[in-house]
Design a protein around this ligand. Structure first.
Ligand SMILES: [Zn+2]
Length: 309
C-alpha cells in the first residue's frame, strides 16, 4: 500500500460522496427535454414536466398520494416469499440487486397495495415502481398483486392497478413466469365477484406484465405517450423484416388501433376514474359531485366496452 491508496483515494471518495449527496438533496431536477425544473413545481404538477408534459415515473407511495382522496391511504402488508430461491447470479448476485433496490426505493418489492377512498368510494389500489429492478414481477410482486385482489374481494372494493414494468423478473426464471397465470386467475376471481378492475398503463408497460394481468382490465386507461407493448420495437422489426410506423407502441397509437380505451393525463385520472366507478357501481348521478361533471364524455367509451365484452 502506498500513500496514494492510503491518503489520496479516501479523500477523493469522501469528496465525491459529498457532491452526490448535495445533488440528491437539490431543489432542482432535469427532465428528458433537458429543461431544469424546480422540484416543488414538478410535485405540484403531479410529477409531470410543466415544460414538455412528460409523465415521469414515480414511486408507489407518490402514486398513492396523488390518487387517493386527501392523500389518505393505508398501505397493506403483503406476503414475503423467500428471497432469491434459485441463488441466481449474473454480473451481480440477485440478492445484492434486491438489497440495492430496497435501499433505493424504500419498498420490499416492485408492487405495493393500498386501500382508501377515491371520490368517497372505497377502493383497493396497486402500483408498480419501475425503480425496483425495472418494475419486474417475481414471486413477491405476484403475491402482492394477488393479496390486493383478495383485499378487494373481501371488502367488495373495485380494484385499480397502475402498471409500470419491463416484464417478469428473469432472475426468478420459471417462478416469475408462473406469476403470469396466477395473477390472471386472481383477476378472474375479481370478475366472478362482479367487481370493476381498472388498469392504468403508465410508461412503460411491456413484456409479461402487458401479456398477463394488465390487458384483461375491464377498462384500460393509459397516461399520454406511455410505451405499451410486448417485445421492443427493434425485436419486432427484426422478426417481421419491416420498418414500423412512427409512434408504434405509444399509448396514442395503441388506442387508435383498439388496444386500450382511453388516454388520460395524470392530473385528470382521479376525476375520470371516480366518474367511471360511480357509473360502474351504479351510484346515482345526483350523488356524484360537480367536480366529476364529465359523465357524458365518458359514457360512450363505457358502452363500447360493454358491447365488446
Ligand atoms: Zn420536460
Amino acid at each position: 500500500m502506498n500513500w496514494i491508496t492510503k491518503f489520496i483515494k479516501p479523500k477523493l471518495k469522501k469528496l465525491f460522496k459529498k457532491q452526490s449527496q448535495s445533488i440528491e438533496g437539490a431543489l432542482w431536477t432535469t427532465c428528458t427535454c433537458q429543461e431544469l425544473i424546480y422540484k416543488e413545481d414538478l410535485h405540484k404538477n403531479y410529477f409531470v414536466c410543466p415544460k414538455c408534459d412528460s409523465h415521469q415515473k414515480i414511486s408507489c407511495v407518490d402514486r398513492f398520494k396523488i390518487f387517493f382522496d386527501n392523500s389518505q391511504f393505508e398501505i397493506l402488508k403483503t406476503p414475503s416469499p423467500p428471497d432469491d430461491p434459485l441463488n441466481f447470479v449474473d454480473t451481480k448476485k440477485y440478492i445484492d440487486r434486491l438489497s440495492a433496490a430496497r435501499k433505493l426505493t424504500n419498498q420490499d418489492d416492485a408492487i405495493m397495495i393500498a386501500s382508501g377512498k377515491l371520490k368517497d368510494i372505497n377502493v383497493t389500489v396497486g402500483a408498480q415502481n419501475f425503480s425496483f429492478i425495472g418494475g419486474s414481477v417475481g414471486a413477491a410482486s405476484g403475491e402482492a398483486f394477488i393479496h390486493g385482489v383478495q383485499h378487494a374481494i373481501d371488502n367488495q372494493n373495485p380494484f385499480i392497478f397502475f402498471s409500470c414494468s419491463g416484464g417478469q423478473r428473469m432472475m426468478e426464471s420459471a417462478i416469475a413466469l408462473q406469476q403470469m397465470s396466477r395473477t390472471v386467475l386472481a383477476v378472474n376471481e375479481l370478475k366472478n365477484n362482479n367487481l370493476p378492475y381498472i388498469v392504468v398503463l403508465t410508461n412503460p408497460t411491456t413484456g409479461g406484465v402487458s401479456a398477463s394481468y394488465v390487458m384483461i382490465g375491464d377498462l384500460l386507461i393509459s397516461e399520454p405517450k406511455a410505451t405499451i407493448g410486448f417485445s421492443g420495437r427493434r425485436v419486432v422489426e427484426q422478426t417481421i423484416g419491416e420498418t414500423l410506423p412512427d409512434g408504434f407502441q405509444t399509448a396514442e397509437y395503441v388506442k387508435e388501433h383498439g388496444g386500450i380505451d382511453m388516454v388520460i393525463s395524470r392530473k385528470d385520472l382521479r376525476n375520470t376514474i371516480g366518474t367511471l366507478l360511480s357509473i360502474l357501481l351504479k351510484i346515482k348521478k345526483s350523488e356524484v359531485t360537480k367536480e366529476d361533471a364529465t359523465i357524458e364524455a365518458i359514457e360512450e367509451p363505457i358502452q363500447k366496452t360493454s358491447e365488446a365484452v
